[in-house]
Design a protein around this ligand. Structure first.
Ligand code: PEP
Ligand code: MN
Length: 344
């Protein structure tokens, strides 16, 4: 596999691909920062040669074979992904995303958004479609939940991160979401990842709990190969023999991803450890390990939560985490951007 990149006209590159590889199989085009990156199959050297005339650099077998378009060499300072409004993930600022596991009611969501803002969050999370392990558990409010997210987003100014669980509901979810979350159970659902990427919305791709970092980067490659550069990785714990935590939060993955990929990576300590008293230390450790942000479950009344109440922080716990985080980030030369509430 060859990767060609440089400043170039995308139409010219696409025309050359079409001329040399009419099926387009094994090719991809993605704009990463100021550069256009083109993946060229090994058996099409004449395409590489033609592209070389319009692109400034040609690299062969670049970097990590798992993640070609996510290779750090393409953006050595890391990519910055927009979340909606002025919020971003990656770069110097540290992004906090917070909210309930599931959208339950207008009031619960509005209270969660106020809590999120008070703790310095730049985006609101909340599932309307929930991929539950048991079919008898609360499955989310569906389209009603999406409408609640839109209302609270407009009132609070916080962009919305919400999960899409299948291709059937993708376009409905994409109408309301600022960022499409692909959960751990769909982490290798490649047709879903491709279709989500084609909406043009930023993708928050959780790590499959049974996936290696290499498999995770290859899943991200499916989104990038659709021409959508806005992919955020989210470490949320992997399955191990350890049972004192819900999963095993693999913070070494943060360092590995930072070394190999330009994609921003955030950590979800809530699903990783599953117990509220363990979230603060792991959140601080994630920041120290170099994560670009956190996604944290919070709830105005965790005891009454319809989903994952054990891992939702109360307001006091959330504000305590936020202030401890500011201290850790200050040592690292990073900061929490201040949110800009709209009439909140
Ligand atoms: C979630 O964030 O609500 C969720 C279901 O997470 P995961 O896919 O990591 O289990
Ligand atoms: Mn959850």
């Amino acid at each position: 596999m060859l990767l060609v990149y440089g400043a170039a006209d995308e139409h010219v590159a696409r025309d050359l691909i079409h001329a040399h590889v009419p099926s387009r199989h094994g090719t991809a085009v993605c704009r990463i920062g100021d550069n256009l990156a083109v993946v060229v199959p090994e058996d099409a050297p004449e395409l590489a040669a033609a592209l070389q005339s319009c692109l400034t650099e040609l690299r062969t077998g670049i970097g990590h074979p798992a993640g070609t378009l996510s290779d750090r060499a393409l953006a050595p300072f890391g990519s910055v992904v927009p979340l909606g409004g002025s919020a971003t993930v990656g770069g110097a600022d540290f992004a906090l995303i917070a909210g309930p596991c599931a959208v339950e009611s207008d009031q619960q969501l509005a209270d969660s958004a106020s809590m999120a803002l008070r703790g310095g969050a730049v985006a609101l999370r909340g599932g309307a479609f929930k991929p539950r392990s048991s079919p008898y558990s609360f499955q989310g409010l569906g389209d009603e939940g999406l409408r609640m997210l839109a209302k609270v987003s407009a009132a609070s100014g916080l962009p919305v991160v919400t999960e899409v669980v299948d291709v059937m509901t993708l376009h409905l979810v994409a109408e309301y979401a600022d960022v499409l979350q692909i959960g751990t159970r769909n982490a290798q659902n490649f047709p879903l990842i491709q279709a989500a990427a084609r909406t043009g919305k930023p993708i928050l791709l959780k790590r499959g709990f049974g996936c290696t970092v290499s498999e995770w980067l290859q899943a991200a490659e499916y989104a990038l190969a659709e021409g959508n550069p806005n992919v955020i990785l989210c470490e949320r714990g992997i399955r191990s023999f350890e049972s004192s935590t819900r999963f095993t939060l693999d913070l070494s993955a943060v360092a590995v991803v930072k070394h190999t990929s330009h994609l921003p990576i955030i950590v979800d300590p809530s699903h990783g450890v599953g117990h509220r008293h363990l979230i603060k230390p792991m959140a601080l450790a994630a920041a120290a390990a170099g994560a670009d942000g956190l996604m944290v479950d919070i709830h105005p009344d965790p005891k009454a939560a319809l989903c994952d109440g054990n891992q939702a922080l109360t307001e006091d716990e959330w504000l305590d985490l936020s202030s401890a985080l500011r201290g850790v980030l200050a040592c690292l030369g990073r900061a929490l951007p201040s949110a800009e509430p709209v009439g909140a």
